[in-house]
Design a protein around this ligand. Sequence first.
Ligand SMILES: C[S@@+](CC[C@H](N)C(=O)[O-])C[C@H]1O[C@@H](n2cnc3c(N)ncnc32)[C@H](O)[C@@H]1O
Length: 245
Amino acid sequence: MGENLYQQARVTVLHELGGVGLDWRWGNSLRRTHPIRRDFGWQSGRPIDRYYTEERFLPAYQADIRGRVLEIGDDRYTKQFGGERVVRSEILHVSPGLGGNVIQADLTDARQIASDTYDCVILTFTLQFIFDVPAAITTLARIVRPGGVVLAVVPGISQISRYDMDHWGEFWRFTSLSARRLFEGAFRAQDITITTYGNVLSSLASLHGLHSTELTTAELDHHDRDYELVIGIRAVKPLDQRTEA
Ligand SMILES: C[S@@+](CC[C@H](N)C(=O)[O-])C[C@H]1O[C@@H](n2cnc3c(N)ncnc32)[C@H](O)[C@@H]1O
């Protein structure tokens, strides 16, 4: 493409994105093979996928975070959203030797965790790192109590997380449909609620490692069902469904 045509295309793209002030954020061009930042936006602010997790999905289901709560990797959201409702907080990590309240387990085969144990399991940005997702979801359905809730967030559009890829492997991206079908393998369809977040601008910005304050709230919250940047899943175990140990 000649320079003039390219310039024209760039202006059109920015115009269509409603791009007031976008120029500097994109380093003056979308035509770049390297991301603006490679760290999801962690260093300089909050990653855009975390905005949807922390400002939209988890606040919507805050009341579910109560009683005995298990969270994967750390307890940041148990603390942030559970508050006084949480009576016991535990962490599951796939790596051994972390001690304290950390249970070492692989979710695909976590026999050391008793059935019907948790009122809530918080599983943010984890299922993409587990190859056998159906087995992990079967465990989740087994270890939550009747009436208990699984709150999961999975990526639809994302760069690779190099640290996770190198430690336990990164295998999947999801859609609302694959998330639904996967959870329907262990929960009743009527007990599953799927919510998607994102649009083309927030997806591009997220891929470039921009952080949430570099977009406006209106830009972040515009919902385009064809750009599933983040998928939130709430699955409830029926009150009358006890799992045989
Ligand atoms: C990026 S962290 C996600 C959780 C973290 N709380 C968050 O919101 O970012 C990735 C987590 O995946 C977990 N993980 C990877 N493979 C796993 C497996 N097979 N079973 C259970 N957890 C696994 C690791 O323990 C790690 O804590």
